[in-house]
Design a protein around this ligand. Structure first.
Ligand SMILES: C[S@@+](CC[C@H](N)C(=O)[O-])C[C@H]1O[C@@H](n2cnc3c(N)ncnc32)[C@H](O)[C@@H]1O
Length: 400
């Protein structure tokens, strides 16, 4: 399965190949997609896009571009696990001065894209001309409305809450980019509860799992599994199970390029449906509530048959037999527990993997002092943002 980090180091600074200015109609046979993730996880998004058959280009931290035919775009929106948003970019390098931006936006054939659907604009970034996102969103909305007015058409309803289609605007000095958010918002939700002590967001967990290198893995172990999110995302990715978003809850069916596609059927397809059916997962935690929550997470995601969870402290956990298993984990490092307990737990994690040649330990840490308690030398690391916190995913290849 082509989901190994070494396969995707290519970096480019270029932009998605959508129209620079909206002089031509946006192509609908190949959509210029921009996929967003937490900074540091762009390589994981690129790996996943490649696994689905796309040709990703890393634009900058947290941003990946991919030109995709509608079928691939739909499959990514329905099934990809690592992007937090997928936007069909319509135009870029638009001027940021409002009186130039509105006419530039009015050149985009919004009436063909949005039709009569109620829409909202979400803006992010800023420039000296558009100092805050609310201002930018209003100006972009004015540009869309100006298009309808210039053609003597009734404008669609602007509906800030629960719009049928969401226009996305990214503002930078002298460069406004607009598109349509194909997921209608964040794609991270999987119906998991996330009631644990420090749950990872699902898209972040999936990104970490891909950076840890899932290629060919048959066993994934999380000794500090908490709500089970990291374990569930890793097992699902390794087994080629798609995120399974409901097409009825997404804007795709309202957009021209996706008309005629059987979205319900596409949503059930993974990148490799016949992939590694035998992938197994083992989660452990010493907190009975966490164990209950992790079991519920796996059951909700239909993964209960692939992974089990036990209540065992890391100090007494035994790894199952496997030649190249992956221990993938986010141990406590926020010092919510007594510091000595946390240090002891990290030292036990180091002991757990030390005598398992062929195994890989991939561990999230925001505290170098705790990382040292492992007593291991990292083979590589990735800087990642977990929410607002800077952390590292450290990878240890265990050899004899
Ligand atoms: C940062 S949380 C894990 C978060 C998890 N990745 C998620 O998304 O929910 C750390 C977990 O380690 C567990 N833990 C703390 N000390 C432990 C120990 N000695 N053995 C096993 N689990 C432990 C806690 O109960 C907690 O659920």
């Amino acid at each position: 399965m082509p989901i190994s980090p070494s396969a995707s180091r290519r970096r480019s600074r270029d932009s998605p190949s959508g129209p620079a200015r909206p002089s031509a109609e946006p192509a609908t046979d190949r959509l210029a997609l921009v996929l967003t993730a937490s900074a540091g996880l762009e390589q994981a998004v690129a790996l996943e896009v490649r696994a689905w058959g796309g040709a990703p280009r890393i634009l900058r931290p947290g941003r990946v571009a991919c030109d995709a035919p509608p079928r691939l775009a739909a499959r990514l929106v329905l099934g990809a696990r690592t992007p937090s948003r997928i936007v069909w970019q319509l135009a870029q390098r638009l001027p940021d001065r409002p009186r130039e931006l509105v006419p530039a936006l009015a050149e985009i054939p919004w009436e063909k894209l949005l039709g009569r659907h109620a829409f909202a604009v979400r803006a992010s970034g800023r420039s000296p001309e558009l100092r805050h996102s609310g201002h930018a969103a209003r100006v972009v909305k004015d540009g869309v409305v100006a298009r309808y007015r210039a053609r003597g058409l009734a404008r669609p309803e602007v509906r800030p809450r629960a719009p049928e289609l969401l226009v996305d605007a990214q503002v930078a000095p002298g460069d406004v980019r607009v598109g349509i958010d194909l997921g209608g918002g964040s794609l991270h939700r999987r119906g998991t509860g996330r009631r644990g002590r420090a749950p990872l967001r699902e898209d972040v967990a999936a990104g970490l799992a891909l950076l840890a290198d899932l290629a060919g893995r048959r066993l994934v172990v999380d000794p500090f599994c908490g709500t089970g999110t990291l374990l569930a995302e890793a097992v699902a990715l390794a087994a080629g199970v798609p995120a399974g978003r409901d097409p009825r809850a997404l804007p795709l069916a309202r957009l021209g390029p996706f008309a005629g596609l059987d979205l319900a059927a596409l949503g059930t397809e993974g990148p490799e449906p016949a992939g590694l059916a035998q992938v197994r997962g083992l989660g452990a935690d010493d907190d009975p509530d966490a164990v209950r929550e992790a079991r519920a997470t796996l059951a909700r995601l239909g993964l209960a048959g692939r992974a089990r969870v036990e209540r065992t402290p890391v100090e007494t956990l035994a790894l199952p037999d496997d030649e190249r298993g992956l221990v993938l984990t986010n141990p406590p490092w926020g010092r919510r527990l007594a510091a000595t307990d946390v240090e002891r737990a990290w030292a036990a994690l180091g002991r757990l993997v030390r005598r398992r040649p062929g195994w890989t330990l991939a561990v999230v840490s925001g505290d170098p002092a705790l990382t040292r308690r492992l007593g291991l030398r990292a083979s590589r690391h990735h800087a990642v943002r977990i929410g607002a916190v800077g952390a590292r995913l450290l990878i240890y290849e265990i050899d004899g």
